[in-house]
Ligand binder design. Structure first.
Ligand SMILES: Nc1ncnc2c1ncn2[C@@H]1O[C@H](C[S@+](CC[C@H]([NH3+])C(=O)[O-])CC(=O)[O-])[C@@H](O)[C@H]1O
Ligand SMILES: O=C(O)C(=O)Cc1ccccc1
Length: 246
């Protein structure tokens, strides 16, 4: 089965007033191209999620992919799991357009590991008996006030020794360092073929939609909810992936 993927040209024409970024049908159609050309380290993080799954998944537990989009992290986790271990994966996203397309992606490859796919808000979803929880670039879209209760709920739903893998766009609290790292990200986008117009319009559309935290805020929050160990296992410019162990 050939899955259609298109080049991201959404911000290539001048928009009189750039609207707030939404995960609608137009984004779904270009999503694999958009995320791989916009997020440095995205593929390496997916590979790492597979390795960390092999290391931390426990028999007869659940693995969660919260904010799964088209299910890229679910696919890597599913490949990493031994079907005999009695694990299941629960993937969810609150964009119905994403979930519809994710169904097609997941069905395109065979596996004996059960996967449940839900259209749901991760803030309202029950998490229990979890050994691995992945939030790959989605906490940044959650209302900042809901972030700590959500991370607390995940901690409570993990089995002892279970892990949270949390990837995020982060910012430096120091404005000089922030300007340098932002420059590196924009250079990455230019090198991947995005024009100044595309970079600037996408930036406007993400304002007040993607609200990043600093590394310190993430680590403090993980510590506050109870994780015994937490740190960054991968970083490319202002995109980092944390691992936290219960
Ligand atoms: N409250 C919410 N509940 C559930 N989903 C949500 C919520 N808010 C936003 N989303 C969903 O979070 C996803 C974020 S993309 C994740 C990439 C994926 N993880 C990947 O590994 O390819 C990252 C990005 O585009 O930068 C979108 O599909 C939203 O619909
Ligand atoms: O494109 C950006 O500037 C980003 O920060 C990453 C991103 C990737 C895909 C959707 C929204 C944000």
């Amino acid at each position: 089965m050939k899955l259609p993927t298109q080049k991201d040209t959404l911000y290539n024409v001048v928009h009189e007033a750039v609207g707030a970024f939404q995960f609608d049908e137009s984004v779904v159609a270009v999503f694999p191209d958009m995320i791989s050309r916009s997020v440095p380290g995205y593929q390496t993080i997916l590979t790492g999620i597979g390795e960390l799954t092999k290391l931390h998944a426990k028999a007869h537990t659940r693995l969660y992919d919260l904010g799964c989009s088209l299910g890229a992290a679910t696919l890597t986790m599913r490949r990493a799991l031994d079907a005999e271990a009695g694990c299941s994966i629960i993937a969810l996203d609150n964009s119905s357009a994403m979930v519809e397309r994710a169904h097609e992606y997941l069905q395109a490859f065979h596996s004996d590991v059960p996967v449940e796919l839900h259209c749901a808000d991760m803030c309202d979803f029950e998490i229990s008996n979890a050994s691995v929880v992945v939030i790959n670039f989605t906490l940044q879209f959650i209302n900042p006030e809901q972030r700590q209760p959500l991370i607390q709920k995940i901690y409570d739903g993990l089995v002892p020794g279970g892990v949270l893998i949390l990837s995020e766009k982060i910012h430096f609290e120091d404005t000089t360092l922030q300007a340098s790292i932002e420059h590196m990200h924009w250079q990455f986008k230019r090198a991947n073929g995005y024009s100044e117009l595309e970079i600037s319009q996408k930036r406007s559309s993400l304002e007040n939609v993607l609200i990043s935290d600093s590394e310190q805020t993430h680590l403090q929050r993980l510590k506050t909810v109870g994780f015994s160990s937490a740190g960054i296992w991968f970083q490319a410019y202002n995109f980092a992936s944390f691992i936290a162990v219960k």
